[in-house]
Design a protein around this ligand. Structure first.
Ligand SMILES: Nc1ncnc2c1ncn2[C@@H]1O[C@H](COP(=O)(O)OP(=O)(O)OP(=O)(O)O)[C@@H](O)[C@H]1O
Ligand SMILES: [Mg+2]
Length: 297
């Protein structure tokens, strides 16, 4: 348990500990169960997300993926089980408190302000996290949004660069294709320097090129030492998840049927049965890609 020295960590949001604690997952669910009336949507499901890693959560329709995201983000209270962030129990914490403690999420349909540019979205997200008081004054003086402080400028510019958004920094988001809007959403989440981002089907609706571009950005973000962020991704494109993630959890009918590396998941009979028992995920390249991805390692 050696906290990283303050000199070596990136700026950390107020109210959160600095540095990683060895061996402690950034996010964990322990034996989580959720009932909707008589239906067990989740049964004793445990998952862990290691620091600075990409973790996939997959499973056929109705498996419980969205329900688990609801429990992790605090929108849904589990019938039993616990959720922790960096080892701290947050099962009773609101979504807002979890966000302040380092949990961010994106939505399948990007929720962007159509009148603002890409850069303004990141500036706004940065201020929500780091200058809440200043944000309040800005609301009464919207022009202040366009004249930001040097450190804020630097961080936002670095983020634009990391996400490959510099060339569209001053474009209104209304004009952007879906893939770029998803990048803006990721940028907004990253602006708050979270420990972990929950990504809800980030590749859905994207063509192959946009999908590859986004997955490349995900790799770059997680490898970036300034961010030290993990991504937990629910995604129907299993091939993409296998190619991108270091660990994958597989749900079926509310139960965790497998977990492990892409190689392990690809060869797991229970996973194959769960997927072959239904229509296999459709590949963008026309072949059966359900288990064809390349390992993240
Ligand atoms: N609010 C709810 N009330 C009752 N049942 C629900 C509710 N939300 C989800 N369910 C049920 O819980 C089960 C798990 O649903 P969930 O939406 O978590 O699955 P999923 O893995 O996200 O599926 P998909 O891939 O189709 O998005 C399903 O049987 C679903 O019908
Ligand atoms: Mg779902």
């Amino acid at each position: 348990m050696t906290p990283t020295s303050p000199e070596t960590v990136s700026p950390t949001a107020p109210g959160r500990p600095t540095g990683d604690v060895a061996g402690v997952p950034v996010l964990a669910a322990r034996e989580v169960s959720v009932r909707f009336g008589g239906l067990r949507a989740l049964s004793d499901v445990s998952i862990e997300v290691a620091p600075a890693s990409i973790v996939g959560l997959v499973g056929p329709n109705g498996a419980g993926k969205t329900t688990l995201f609801g429990v992790l983000s605090g929108l849904l209270r589990p019938s039993s089980g616990r959720v922790s962030l960096r080892g701290e129990d947050v099962t009773e914490a609101s979504p807002q408190l979890r966000a302040r403690k380092g949990l961010a999420r994106t939505f399948q349909q990007p929720e962007l302000f159509m009148g603002l540019t890409v850069r303004e979205h990141l500036v706004l997200a940065h201020r929500v996290r780091f200058a809440r008081r200043r944000l309040l004054t800005d609301m009464f003086n919207p022009r202040a949004l366009f004249g930001s402080k040097a450190s804020e400028d630097e961080r936002v510019d670095a983020l634009l660069e990391l996400l490959d958004l510099t060339r569209v920094a001053h474009a209104p988001v209304a004009a952007l294709p879906l893939g770029t809007s998803r990048l803006v959403e990721v940028g907004r989440a990253l602006a708050g320097q979270p420990d972990v981002i929950l990504l809800d089907e980030p590749l859905s609706g994207l063509d192959l090129r946009a999908s590859e571009n986004l997955t490349e950005v995900f790799r770059r973000v997680v490898a970036n030492p300034d961010h030290q962020v993990s991504l937990l991704m629910v995604e129907h494109d299993v091939a993409a998840v296998l190619a991108l993630s270091s660990t994958i959890f597989v749900l079926d009918f509310g139960e965790l049927i497998a977990q492990g590396t892409p190689e392990h998941i690809r060869n797991d009979p229970a996973v194959r049965a769960a997927y072959l028992g239904e229509e296999p995920p459709v590949s963008r390249t026309g072949t059966d890609l359900a288990f064809n991805g390349t390992d993240a390692s």
